[in-house]
Design a binder for this molecule. Structure first.
Ligand SMILES: [Zn+2]
Length: 171
């Protein structure tokens, strides 16, 4: 589980640069960090719970518990959320999920995120020209995915919004 370590890095970066609290997330907007390296494509997703289930705390009744169950199952459905270019010869993605209050965690100042990481083991990761994403199909409340791509050939930002669900991995 690498998420807590990464979180600590981000917090110290913020502290060093501005000495202010991280800005609150924007509902409807998720963040996706994609790393392409030898043998592997890794995707780290951070999404406001509002975009996942419409509330940002532990479920309070049967309907909310059901909504949480469905949302977490969709987050876990890595093969539907991320399909790499067949040229990269990847195995189906493997997911690690932290659903925040949906999976027993806490919310902060009334807001909460779900964090998920997806790993694809690939025989030829460097040949992947794209990843097809199912995020906007699986989560109707989500409008925009801000993406940061890092490959051996460079780093850049990208954005996904309907109907654009294919993320290019080459420029
Ligand atoms: Zn929120």
């Amino acid at each position: 589980m690498k998420l807590p370590f990464l979180g600590a890095c981000l917090v110290s970066l913020f502290a060093a640069s501005a000495a202010v609290a991280a800005p609150p997330h924007e509902h409807g907007v998720a963040r996706l960090d994609v790393a392409v390296e030898a043998g592997r494509i890794t995707l780290m997703l951070e999404m406001p719970l509002d975009s996942l289930v419409g509330f940002e705390r532990a479920p309070r009744d049967e309907a909310e518990r059901e909504a949480a169950k469905v949302a977490v199952a969709r987050l876990r459905d890595a093969a539907r959320l991320f399909r790499a270019d067949p040229a990269a010869q990847c195995k189906p993605a493997v997911a690690e999920i932290d659903g925040g209050p949906l999976t027993g965690g806490a919310s902060h100042d009334g807001h909460a995120d779900a964090d998920a990481s997806y790993t694809l083991e690939c025989a030829a990761a460097e040949r992947a020209a794209f990843v097809d994403t199912g995020l906007l199909e699986s989560f109707p409340r989500l409008r925009i995915v801000n993406v940061q791509v890092a490959t051996p050939k460079g780093q850049w930002k990208a954005m996904l919004s309907r109907p654009m669900t294919r993320l290019p991995l080459v420029r």
